[in-house]
Design a protein around this ligand. Structure first.
Ligand code: PRT
Ligand code: MG
Length: 215
């Protein structure tokens, strides 16, 4: 624990961008209204209308780390991020059903069959490794941090593994999805100590988020 435990405060870790946008109405339904707008504010700690509840705004991939170490009590992050997180177990009590997309394998339209060892570009090393291992396919995975779509176009790799929503990005770059690796949505994750020490606040949050889920 970074701070002495105060049972009456709750720190929620979230990334700005698409997850925050879709989370905001759910927070509001839970009676939590941030005082500042993270898209215009440069603050990394956002106070809310509820004295004990604050939001911290961090990179999506850092959310599990803050929650694992108890620097945040709870967090909201994509299943894609959780599948890559290497730390200790986290409670994942709720699928919020927001920021939905698919983790997909894609290749250039009309790509010839790959002879020799397949090369795949991705930032999702764990998920990609597991996918090919389960199929007994030898693969060389090349780690990139973004713009994966570019890799096959320049001959860096044969295929990519990336998130796909509308498919417009693939299409615009002459790529086509060939398989779905995993359905992705954002999850509520909870620190193990917070689950015990702040049981009431965490339970209230889970209940109000549950009620706000649109299926
Ligand atoms: O952007 P930054 O580097 O700060 O971090 P980030 O990319 O992790 O954050 P952000 O906000 O872009 O994404 C956060 C989370 O949103 C991801 O971890 C997913 O769980 C979820 N999500 C849902 C998506 C998408 N949909 C999505 N379409 N994340 C990224 N994309 C990208 C995708 O990588 C591709 O470049 O959008 C492009 C494809 O979109 P379509 O509609 O053209 O198919
Ligand atoms: Mg992004």
């Amino acid at each position: 624990m970074i701070e002495p435990v105060n049972k009456n405060t709750l720190t929620i870790a979230v990334s700005k961008g698409r997850i925050f946008k879709e989370l905001l109405p759910m927070l509001n339904k839970a009676g939590i209204v941030p005082v500042d707008d993270p898209d215009t504010s440069r603050k990394l700690i956002l106070e809310t209308n509820q004295p004990g509840i604050r939001l911290i705004i961090i990179r999506a991939a850092d959310v599990p780390t803050y929650v694992e170490y108890g620097a945040a009590d709870v967090g909201i992050t994509g299943k894609d991020v959780l599948l890559e997180h290497e730390g200790t177990e986290l409670y994942e009590p709720l699928d919020l059903g927001i920021a939905r997309c698919r983790l997909m394998l894609a290749e250039p339209v009309g790509a010839p069959r790959v002879s020799g060892r397949l090369r795949v570009a991705t930032k999702y090393l764990n998920s990609t490794r597991k996918y090919f291992a389960a199929r007994g396919i030898q693969v060389e995975i090349i780690k990139l941090y973004g713009s994966m779509e570019l890799a096959p176009l320049l001959g860096l790799t044969d295929k990519i593994v990336d998130l796909v929503d509308t498919g417009n990005t693939l299409k615009a770059n002459g790529l086509v999805a060939v398989d779905t690796i995993c359905e992705i949505s954002s999850r509520l994750i909870v620190n193990k100590a917070a689950m015990k020490m702040k049981k009431n606040m965490v339970k209230q949050l889970i209940d109000s988020f549950s009620a706000a889920i649109t299926r």
